[in-house]
Design a protein around this ligand. Structure first.
Ligand SMILES: C[S@@+](CC[C@H](N)C(=O)[O-])C[C@H]1O[C@@H](n2cnc3c(N)ncnc32)[C@H](O)[C@@H]1O
Length: 276
């Protein structure tokens, strides 16, 4: 049974890095008129009200989007991400934080498509209520791997596959590797962006390396807000991007040190690994 609800964690430091990368990839795809597809394997609920009991209970967003909100930085990508997030709130107050489906929907053009798979019944109903009427968006209450098999490849061979598991089950890393391999077999021109948590250093490194080994062109961006082993739970998180836009490495080179300075909670690190 799935118990993870992203509503407790929306807007935290991990979401900031994840959604910053998502915005960068989508903006790159939008540079050409040709249609693209976003395939979001773990949709979550789509959009989160900041005054909701779940977000308020953990307050994690305060050390994520809360530290960036209404500020401007010497990194165009951070400012662009903040503008996208601000599009969901009234001026002045952070009222809503967008999940990956809402970010994609906001950046989709008429000719583009979004496919979302999500297993949790409550979150799936929220997705249906929010996006059910949008003809550009297809929702499936389906397992991530089954969705990749059923819904890829896209007609036009451009797009982003966003893979954001909750890693709540022991086999989630293996399942993610299998899903990425299957996705690449079907859609090897696609950009694949995979989120991973840093709970234990060696395990995170091993997993990220195995993901990067799946495609010759890749990057790994990691932001830790606490020193390794400095907390019981997650001390950081990262994104492995396979077939990244050629501009992403440079954008992150500027953005990551600023995110680190702004979001650090004590002894954290940032790193960017680029394939040659
Ligand atoms: C980290 S959350 C996704 C957050 C979302 N991508 C965002 O950025 O707003 C992970 C989601 O995956 C869902 N999930 C867990 N296992 C799944 C599976 N095997 N297939 C599809 N969805 C799954 C969970 O119910 C949860 O909503």
């Amino acid at each position: 049974m799935l118990s993870y609800r992203h509503s407790y964690h929306a807007g935290n430091f991990a979401d900031v890095l994840k959604h910053l990368v998502q915005v960068a990839v989508l903006d790159h795809l939008r540079l050409k008129d040709k249609p693209f597809l976003v395939h979001d394997t773990h949709g979550g609920a789509g959009l989160f009200a900041v005054d909701d009991a779940h977000m308020q209970k953990t307050g994690e967003y305060r050390d994520g989007i809360g530290r960036l909100w209404e500020r401007r930085f010497e990194a165009p990508l951070i400012n662009r991400y903040l503008n996208v997030v601000a599009g969901f709130s009234r001026p002045g107050a952070l009222s809503h934080y967008p999940g990956s489906p809402a970010i994609s929907a906001a950046l989709l053009r008429d000719q583009d498509r979004l496919q979302i798979t999500e297993l949790h019944s409550t979150d799936f109903e929220l997705l249906e209520a929010r996006f059910g009427g949008d003809r550009r968006i297809r929702l499936a209450r389906q397992d991530a791997l089954a969705g990749i098999k059923a819904l890829l490849p896209p007609v036009h061979k451009r797009g982003l596959v966003l893979i954001d598991p909750s890693y709540e089950l022991g086999g989630d890393e293996a399942a993610t590797l299998e899903a990425v391999e299957e996705g690449l077999r079907r859609f090897n021109t696609g950009c694949f962006a995979i989120w991973y948590p840093v709970l234990e250093r060696r395990r995170a490194d091993r997993f990220a390396q195995r993901l990067m080994a799946l495609a010759p062109k890749h990057l790994r961006a990691e932001l830790c807000v606490l020193r390794d082993g400095g907390a019981r739970g997650m001390t950081g998180s990262g994104m492995v991007v396979l077939n990244p836009p050629w501009t992403l490495g440079e954008q992150l080179q500027t953005a990551l040190p600023i995110l680190h300075r702004t979001l650090d909670q004590g002894g954290g690190t940032q790193r960017l690994v680029l394939s040659s």
